[in-house]
Ligand binder design. Structure first.
Ligand SMILES: [Zn+2]
Length: 144
């Protein structure tokens, strides 16, 4: 019996991993780049006031606008959120915990007078840019 050709799995895994890496970072980086190109200035990974371990992905501190770019898996997107079949119970607790913390963070920020904008990683970046611009326009009390 001849040994079969080298399985293609390693190639598949590599391709999958590089896609995964891109998915993990690109939506947020892309949004930041576009906002920056529009001349907007903001803080990245700005600590949530009073919750030092949580950060705002993109923070317009003077206008108090907090933008979060949420991954579909980790933040349980209603369209793409999935429950892994292995260790289902553990994942469910973990992911629902993430979603619960997101809501707590939102409530805390809103209580402090922030406007919270959550962008899903699946959203079109141009649409996301427009949502940020709209939020900035809607907060006229402070000039940039
Ligand atoms: Zn999604």
């Amino acid at each position: 019996m001849t040994r079969s050709a080298k399985p293609s799995t390693s190639l598949d895994v590599n391709a999958r991993m590089s896609r995964q890496r891109r998915r993990d970072t690109t939506p947020e980086v892309e949004l930041r780049k576009k906002l920056h190109h529009l001349g907007l200035r903001f803080r990245v990974n700005f600590p949530v006031p009073g919750l030092s371990r949580r950060t705002i992905d993109i923070a317009f501190t003077r206008k108090k606008i907090a933008v979060f770019v949420d991954g579909c898996f980790w933040h349980v997107c209603p369209q793409h959120g999935t429950w892994p079949a292995t260790n289902e119970e553990w994942w469910r607790t973990k992911l629902l915990g993430n979603a619960k913390r997101d809501r707590e963070t939102d409530d805390l920020l809103v209580g402090l007078g922030w406007h919270v904008l959550r962008v899903w990683e699946h959203e079109n970046v141009e649409v996301a840019v427009q949502r940020v611009l709209d939020a900035l326009q809607a907060e006229p009390h402070l000039q940039r």
